[in-house]
Design a protein around this ligand. Structure first.
Ligand code: ZN
Length: 73
């Protein structure tokens, strides 16, 4: 895990909005509730994963429908 630590050196220590100090690994500012940059990035990743999951489910459903209609014309 030593390499990942180098990527975290740009760690946000203060809130972007109110400049209040943030606790380590905080997702939200305790003072004003602003999301930290790390949390924003995690949300973006989560949305991407969600979109991929929806596409995957759609493909599976389409695949099953296709197979089903071929077996039962
Ligand atoms: Zn704040």
């Amino acid at each position: 895990m030593g390499h990942t630590q180098a990527m975290v050196t740009a760690m946000q220590t203060h809130c972007d909005r109110c400049q209040a100090p943030l606790s380590r690994d905080a997702a939200y500012c305790e003072s004003c509730g602003e999301r930290t940059r790390r949390a924003k990035r995690l949300v973006r990743v989560a949305i991407r994963v969600e979109v991929l999951f929806v596409i995957l489910v759609a493909l599976v459903v389409i695949g099953f429908t296709y197979v089903f209609t071929i077996q039962h014309p």
